[in-house]
Design a protein around this ligand. Structure first.
Ligand SMILES: [Zn+2]
Ligand SMILES: [Zn+2]
Length: 158
């Protein structure tokens, strides 16, 4: 069993070789923007522990809430992404090591690995490039403002 405190992995609870863990966290616990991320985030971890090296593959999935660039309606979209981080055991931290780096260190005697930033970064990578409720969103009429996905536009007929 692993032990999470937000997103911390207790090293002594990892067995050598493969470990798998699933956890559900609230978006605000990851300090994500709760306008875009309203639903619980599923986090799956595949952790490979070898002597002196811990490789963590992070998979995140949830539903994102966005505003369509064309029609202005809020829409929800399934999102998922993967992120890989490697921790190596060293006497001292790596030069200029920072949270979220994909290569980090842990010191002998260190009890926990904090992957909160990595999980948050994985979620931020899920942001769609195009904010469209659907690929063929018809948008709004520039004259009357009708949402052309639902409404007959009076401008066209009139
Ligand atoms: Zn739209
Ligand atoms: Zn119109």
């Amino acid at each position: 069993m692993l032990y999470f405190k937000i997103m911390k992995i207790r090293i002594e609870n990892l067995r050598d070789g493969s470990n798998h863990w699933e956890e559900t966290v609230a978006p605000d616990e990851l300090e994500l923007d709760t306008n875009s991320f309203k639903e619980m985030v599923k986090v799956e971890l595949d952790i490979e522990k070898r002597s002196g090296k811990i490789t963590i593959s992070i998979s995140v999935s949830s539903n994102g809430s966005y505003i369509c660039d064309r029609c202005g309606e809020e829409f929800s979209k399934k999102i998922s992404d993967k992120y890989l981080v490697v921790f190596i055991k060293r006497e001292s931290p790596l030069p200029e090591e920072a949270p979220g780096d994909d290569l980090r260190s842990y010191q002998p005697g260190q009890r926990e690995l904090d992957i909160t930033t990595d999980v948050r970064d994985a979620m931020l990578l899920t942001m769609p490039l195009k904010m469209l409720c659907k690929d063929d969103c018809k948008g709004l009429c520039s004259k009357c403002g009708a949402n052309l996905n639902y409404d007959e536009c009076i401008c066209k007929t009139g």
